[in-house]
Write a protein that binds this ligand. Sequence first.
Ligand SMILES: O=C(O)CCC(=O)C(=O)O
Length: 288
Amino acid sequence: MLTDLELAQYRTDGYVMVRGAANPDQVRALRAEADRWVDESRAHPGSYGETPNGKTRFDLEAGHSAAAPRLRRIANPVDISDVYKDFVWDGPVPDLVAQLVGPDVKFHHCKLNIKMPGMAAYVGYHQDHAFTPHTNDDMVTALLLLDDMSEDNGCLMVVPRSHRRQLTHYEKDVFRGVVAGEHRAEVERNAVPMIGKSGDLCLMHSWCVHGSGENRSERPRRMFIADYTAADAFPLTPSNIPSIYSGHIIRGKPTRVARLVAATIELPAPSAGKSVFEVQGQGTAYEG
Ligand SMILES: O=C(O)CCC(=O)C(=O)O
């Protein structure tokens, strides 16, 4: 359960760190699957696998090879792994999310982001809601640290109180997937590092500006990210990362009534086949 203090921090700052949310056995099981996927990626010259919208499931960074695998993203591991599915449904997260948007909680999508030593992947500052606009913003991104994280291995960076603003992610009429240049210096100045241990969990509002730098250490940095919404938040655009479980109710009851909050929201451009890393202009290894 979130304490009153944690609830207050989420409301005020747009995020809260929950220490030791997942137990070591859960983290070990999630990491073992990640190790297996990294090993499996050695057999592929480029991004591979398929998601329900025809995107590649396993996203490989440019420079990937069998000897030095650079698997940076697995889209919706819940679709292919009971360990991840059980964690998303029956782990500690849904009850915490229900405290924030509940009692009726719906699954949107999830992904595993991997930055191994030597990889170049970073995540440019952005707001998740700009990628996944909904009828209301009772939406929580839950980010579970699978490794200890600090700035040297590219921990998550968040901008406190940024969830009260909606920033454009377009430049020159192109959806760039990052906050526009005019906001970047301010965002970088105000971002704070989410330093933590494996098993810690960051719960973040979908408008909270966040990003992360490269892994410049000799330690892995793996983070599992799952997006949950209130049951009455309905997507305004098709998901860029659909899961076979998208829209499934995880806690409470489904509804056919959409709750609309007044807002003007810039819609993302469809980014067929592309991961956030590609949308942000980072090099990708292609099969064939
Ligand atoms: O991996 C990270 O540091 C942040 C991930 C993120 O924001 C994303 O993948 O959209």
